[in-house]
Design a protein. Sequence first.
Length: 126
Amino acid sequence: MVSTFRGYLEKVPFLKIVSWKNNARLGEFMPSLVVKVSLATTEQVIIADIRSSGQPRITREAVNQLYRYRDAAPGMYGVFIAPTSQPRRQPSARRPVSGTATRRATADSSSGRSTSNDATGRTPRS
């Protein structure tokens, strides 16, 4: 994931990587990655928190950690890096259709009348 992130940063034409430190100490914190980049007129520090899972609980924890990093060193830009977390697909449960929800029209061949039967096969009274 770190090499992929570096590859993305290197592709940005107006950005130059000045320094790259894994597990650098930042006061009392130790983020996964601290990157200093140079832009046209200024420099920016990127703090990355890298996790092995993108599950919602872990993501919330990582984002809260980035807020703590930002509070300790204002002006830094936080990035959370994790593999994509795919939502679990629930198996579709088929429920029986209620008798009044589905009606089908049938032609009464002897009289030519159209009658409506519900899913239970009963003909409603008029």
